[in-house]
Design a protein around this ligand. Structure first.
Ligand SMILES: Cc1cc2nc3c(=O)[nH]c(=O)nc-3n(C[C@H](O)[C@H](O)[C@H](O)COP(=O)(O)OP(=O)(O)OC[C@H]3O[C@@H](n4cnc5c(N)ncnc54)[C@H](O)[C@@H]3O)c2cc1C
Length: 247
């Protein structure tokens, strides 16, 4: 697989365990908003590649990524220390199931994210096409601690008639301490936002979270009349892993 050597252009730390970094964009590198790409470093010569959702939009000249810092993580323990000007290797092939092509148009689009699973949704929201396909976009971002509510100021400033943002924090006191997926399933989200309950005939759901939340939400939606997008066709909900659990 072809990797292009690029340069890190900036790094912003949100908290001890989360940071955002920007890089140069390889010549001819094209992608759909919401996709992910493999990227990596060569701390000892050999490339350590990992999947990363692209936060920036396909209209930007640079690439932007949001990263966790896993203690002793093979990639992120090095990535968290990169400086402006350092090399980074970015694959030229992108993919993913959170693009507008993976969901039917509809009334309300629910984006459910945990942790760094927020990344692809930032790209979609910044790009704005999503607001042409849906009357309303509702983004629910769940983090363990308040500092994990990355991009909160930007998202808050984008809220309005068509965009609703619901941050939740599960392990610290906060205005909403429920998991986003629970709020969706028990109807409290609709209550809180004064919206009709999500309806598979009209509404759509995109999910990018930890393996547990993805599994629970997929089971819940499939048992309640929703159809997942897969190789057989485009459904009314679509799911991407925000990370995989290593055995
Ligand atoms: C489709 C896809 C898209 C991804 N997009 C992103 C992204 O945009 N940003 C990002 O930081 N990571 C993302 N990841 C995870 C990423 O690929 C790496 O796992 C992560 O960067 C850690 O790399 P590592 O080598 O340091 O540790 P790894 O050995 O890869 O991971 C060690 C362990 O850390 C935990 N972990 C890994 N990533 C995360 C995470 N993001 N949140 C919570 N726990 C985690 C898991 O328990 C994992 O088993 C994505 C993964 C997939 C499959």
């Amino acid at each position: 697989m072809p990797y292009a050597e690029q340069k890190v252009t900036s790094l912003h730390r949100w908290s001890k365990s989360t940071f955002t970094f920007k890089t140069t964009r390889p010549d001819g590198f094209d992608f759909k908003n919401g996709e992910f790409v493999m990227l990596g470093l060569r701390p000892e010569g050999k490339l350590i590649p990992r999947a990363y959702s692209i936060v920036s939009t396909n209209q930007d000249n640079h690439l932007e990524f949001l990263s966790i810092q896993v203690p002793d993580g093979p990639l992120t323990s090095h990535l968290a220390k990169v400086d402006e000007g350092n090399s980074i290797w970015i694959n030229t092939k992108t993919t993913g199931s959170l693009t507008l092509e993976h969901i039917q148009p509809g009334r309300h689009l629910y984006m459910l994210a945990t942790g760094t699973g927020l990344a692809p949704f930032i790209s979609l929201i910044r790009a704005g096409e999503v607001f042409k396909s849906f009357e309303r976009v509702i983004l629910v971002h769940t983090a363990r601690i308040e500092q994990g509510l990355v991009y909160r100021d930007e998202l808050t400033s984008r809220t309005g008639e068509q965009f609703l943002y619901v941050p939740t924090v599960t392990r610290e006191p906060f205005e909403t301490t429920d998991r986003g997926a629970d709020l969706f399933r028990n109807g409290e989200l609709s209550n809180k936002l004064n919206l009709p309950l999500p309806d598979p005939a009209q509404d759509r759901v995109m999910i990018c979270g930890n393996p547990n939340m993805n599994k629970q939400m997929t089971e819940y939606l499939q048992n309640n009349g929703w159809t997942m997008t897969n190789y057989k066709g485009v459904g009314n909900f679509t799911v991407e892993q925000a990370f995989v659990l290593q055995s």
